[in-house]
Design a protein around this ligand. Structure first.
Ligand SMILES: [Zn+2]
Length: 378
């Protein structure tokens, strides 16, 4: 093996950028310690990364080592900008994603039902932003399965999209990325949450019009060979049910654990023109507690199955239920502890997502763009 080959140099450079990303700010000697690269290699690589605008020097850490000022390195958050979209079944939200994995919200629009109309809208927004900023990636969070090799939306059941090749509809001279919303959510948590730093197995459950799950195994997203992993919303929880799902099966978990179930089973009147608005109205009603408690139980049934199969350390709930009070999570926890294998729940933590106004889906789309940029550094 030739250690001075250009390819090894590229891999080292990507690795250093990744290390700075994950441990920022840090000194050159710390990079050398973590990577095992010689100090001179680290000096050369960081010089390149600074010149190319990825990394910057941010003052020194002199307090604990008097007389010896160490310069620290951090990433430049505005080094690269991505335009990120959270494609919702009813409403799509968009914003700008930065190199530190944060997002500023831009706006939202009603999701057109036809893919060509939807991508026309995306192009329009891209053109508007591009007039004043250099956009490096477009990254989409999709409520369905995405073949990331072909950039093909295999199926987004609640949108009625099937086999949508994104690049056929959206022609740009920058990379377009897309992934399932629950996958992106677990990526966002992995990147930003304190309690996820040492977690290798985790599941993120997005509860919206449908139910999706993102699965982290051995610290990495598990997408499956044909990109359908984590479609736990379509596991059968009632084998004799006559309730038909969008996926064509009957008795799927999402028929019982989505916000649509709660809306259908609430007896009062709800305001709003789509499921998200109706569910927001439901949450405010004094007499909605019973239906929400039942929803928590229904969610718990799926969590039990997931916990028994994957033995995760953390189960995170996001989407429209993450702002429901402690009682909601207590019901889920109690039901899961009661039904799941005792050894599977010993160290299990169930909690709402840390993301609020800016959704985990949108932040995840920004993190996906960051990962893509690092993976393509030359
Ligand atoms: Zn289904």
């Amino acid at each position: 093996m030739k250690y001075n080959s250009p390819w090894i140099k590229v891999l080292n450079k990507r690795n250093v950028l990744k290390i700075v990303h994950e441990n920022r700010p840090l000194s050159r000697s710390e990079i050398s310690e973590i990577t095992g690269l010689t100090p001179s290699s680290v000096t050369r690589i960081t010089k390149e990364l600074i010149e190319e605008g990825f990394v910057q020097e941010v003052g020194s850490e002199g307090k604990n080592s008097p007389g010896r000022r160490r310069i620290l390195l951090d990433i430049k958050s505005d080094a690269f900008i991505s335009l990120v979209f959270d494609v919702g079944v009813n409403v799509t939200t968009y914003g700008l994603g930065y190199f530190d994995g944060t997002v500023t919200l831009g706006g939202s629009f009603e999701t057109p039902k036809a893919p060509e109309k939807f991508f026309e809208k995306v192009k329009e927004i891209f053109d508007r932003y591009s007039a004043t900023k250099k956009i490096n990636r477009v990254s989409l969070s999709v409520p369905g399965m995405v073949d990331m090799e072909e950039n093909r939306i295999l199926m987004a059941p609640n949108l009625g999209w099937r086999d949508v090749v994104i690049n056929d509809f959206l022609k740009l001279d920058i990379p377009i990325l897309a992934d399932n919303e629950a996958n992106l959510s677990v990526l966002a948590e992995k990147y930003h949450s304190e309690d996820m730093k040492d977690v290798k197995e985790a599941v993120f459950i997005v509860i919206r019009e449908g139910v999706g799950t993102g699965v982290l195994i051995d610290g990495k997203l598990y997408r499956g060979p044909t990109y359908t992993a984590g479609e736990a919303g379509h596991m059968t929880v009632d084998m004799r049910s006559d309730k038909r799902c969008h996926c064509s099966n009957r008795g799927c978990w999402e028929l019982f654990a989505s916000i649509n179930w709660a809306i259908q089973h609430y007896e009062g009147k709800l305001e709003g023109k789509n499921a998200i608005e109706k569910f927001a109205s439901l949450k405010k009603k004094q007499d909605s507690r019973k239906v929400l408690e039942k929803l928590a139980e229904n969610i718990a049934i799926g969590v039990v199955n997931i916990v028994n199969i994957l033995n995760p350390q953390i189960v995170i709930l996001g989407g429209e239920v993450q702002d429901l009070g402690e009682y909601f999570y207590r019901i889920i926890e109690e039901e899961v502890k009661r039904r799941a294998l005792k050894d599977a729940t010993k160290e299990l933590k169930i909690r709402p997502s840390i993301f609020g106004t800016v959704s985990s889906n949108l932040v995840g789309a920004a993190v996906l763009a960051v990962e893509n940029i690092i993976e393509n550094v030359t």
